[in-house]
Design a binder for this molecule. Sequence first.
Ligand SMILES: [Zn+2]
Length: 810
Amino acid sequence: MPYPLSPRWRRRLPVPVALAAATAVVLLVGPASAVTPQATAPAEADPIAGQQASVVEVLLDGTAELDALVATGVDLDHHVERTETGVVAQAVITPSEADRLTAAGFTLGEVLHRPADARDRVAEREATIAEHRSENREFAATAADPTAPDTSDVKIIRADYYTSGTGQVLSVEAKWAQGQTATNTLTVERDSGPGTAIGSGGTQTISRFVDAGVYLYHRGAAAVTSRPQYVRITSPTGDVAVVKVREWLPTPRTDPEGPGYQKDFVTSYQTPTELYARIQQLAAEFPKLAEVVELPYKTNGYRRHAQAVLGAANASRVAVDSLAWGHEGGNDVSVELADPGAGNAALGVTVTGNAIRVNLATDGAGAVTSTAAQVAAALNANAGTLVRAYTYRGSPGDGVVASAPRTQLTDDLSAPASVSRDPHPVYAIRIGKHRDGSKLGVLAYAQEHAREWVPPLVTIETAERLLRNYDHDGRTKQLLNDLDIWIAPSINPDGGHYSFYDFNSQRKNMTNHCPTTGAADFLGRDSWGVDNNRNYTEYSLFDGYSGASSSCTSGTYAGPSELSEPENRNLDWLASRPNIKFSMNLHSSGNYFMWSPGAYALPDRTSAPRPSLADESFFWGASSRILTAIKQHRNMAVTPARTGPISDVLYSAAGNSGDMLWYKYGIYAWNFEVGTSFQPEWDEAHAEAMEFSNGLVELMRVARDFESDKKRPTSTMNVAPSSSPGMVNVTFDVSEPASVFYTLDGAKPTYDSTLYGSAGIREGGETLTVPAGTEVHWFSVDAAGNVEKNYRPDGKGNNYRKGKAVLPRR
Ligand SMILES: [Zn+2]
């Protein structure tokens, strides 16, 4: 499995040595009083005392001029971008240095980051740290025994207050050490706001969440009438946990949609044929910004053989299938089982054009004696160029058949002729100013499951918002200029058409993998198909994982083998575009928002590998942005309990696409479960399309911010008392989602050092219990590859973080 962070680190690491050495941290350039203790980077950045540096673009003709710039010794940020007309470097320079560079013939561009910006960031950071400290003090004051906080057998993982619709909700999750064996619920006491007594806001109970026999945590949500500040749980053994309540999805200060932002383009449900026509129209209207790409694999087609099942009792039933597809002549074939009305008749078959007549055998009294097996054999022997016949679902077929009037075989497909019966191309619209693979790729895809009619609308609405706002909305322009966006509105068009015209509950594709001894006959037709979201390659049924079926009629049939289906091979092809780093798999319903792992193996619920703590926190951080955007439409809050890894909040789904994208391709892969039902009334469907399109556009913004992230993470080491004599408890905090690598033996930390991990499912960082006084060396690195203090973790750098694991003075 490719570790998702590694490729980016590797990509970033070969920065030319001269540039890397010259790099300084923008955050560090500020008034001396605001510089924090760890901010003691090499001081050569600003040789002129009293002058403050800004980050300024230097516009260069090419590499030779870049070399000349490096030779001046100027402090270059590691951002060097090659454009169509040359090279843009970012320099950290003072006004007098700017004058010197201009005099030397260099052309300066935009000022990207001024000292005032840095001061704002530092002030913001200081405020956050101060708030954090006071929270810890408040927590310590309310906790039962502040000298040994690691002894309680109950731990509150999350306490989230939010509004949804017109209501107020408090959602709490907690882990209790006895949760696997004892079935107790836990009681949560609330205060009623700042300064009020715990309990004054009432209580609520939370229940065990057990999946596959394994206790995960307690969880529950309740309506509240005011926002509590603290909650407390006293476990059945008398241990206590207290935490501060956080606000889930608070209203953002600024609206990401600027004035004049256009939206609301979908006016009805759309079939796959209509969805594809719509993206063709959009690409034709915006040829500079979009194109339609036909994916490499055609589906098996909205088509079936013509069939009939003659007879009632299983042993005397005969199943007949045309050899030709229904629309290619199969529907013209008919079969009649004729009673000759005379004694001692022999079994015979006559074929006249497409009309097949079986003359049944009789005994001396004129009673029919032909069995189902005999009739099937006679049909195969005498009409084998038109049909194949078989006994019903593996029956020996020893029952005597009943005569049957002329029965037309049928594929029983009801779509109008405008819906193609041929193997169907699958299309994606590719949106972006530069669609050459040079920009960060984002993939959104819908309708793996045929009956889910709203998710395709979300993708179409999103495509249209991106294209129609490009000209007049600056933020949309940035997205299309900087990203390479792939949107596939219907991965499974055959099933989609079938769902619209024939069987609205269709989930899978239409391919019949059932044997004639199984459900291959006419009566099994609504149960055929492969679950396209179980046919992928990672942690699949074929690898022994749970949540998919080997039965061809199951709703979660995984198919005969991984990637057996063209729909799945198409998605694998899309995901293998090397620039794609973010994806959204759109499903319905339930208002879930999820990521990997999405599967575990039984009997021990062995999970697919969990993301690192840094990736997990990146998933959570981006999720809160995306879910906040969704909430802005009509205050519908996707709940904390429905946010997280698929297998933690929903169920195991072996071989799902999100897991393939994450584990095989290192793509940050999310999954929407949109709305409340598969095919809601239009007003509701429309509202769901609007709100989740908000979220999908926000994913584009998350992706762009990720790509332009040049900010280095900072970290702090926290030391707390331990219940073990002579030991202390160490945890790390980071300023943004970032990995921490550390050593405890005095060695320099590198990427081979120990990676700071998670304490457990849905918990924060682990607690390291170490001897008091241990020398801790560490550094942090964010998902974009920015390393704290520009430390070079290759064994040569020295400016990693250092600290002694001793208790802070209070
Ligand atoms: Zn689905």
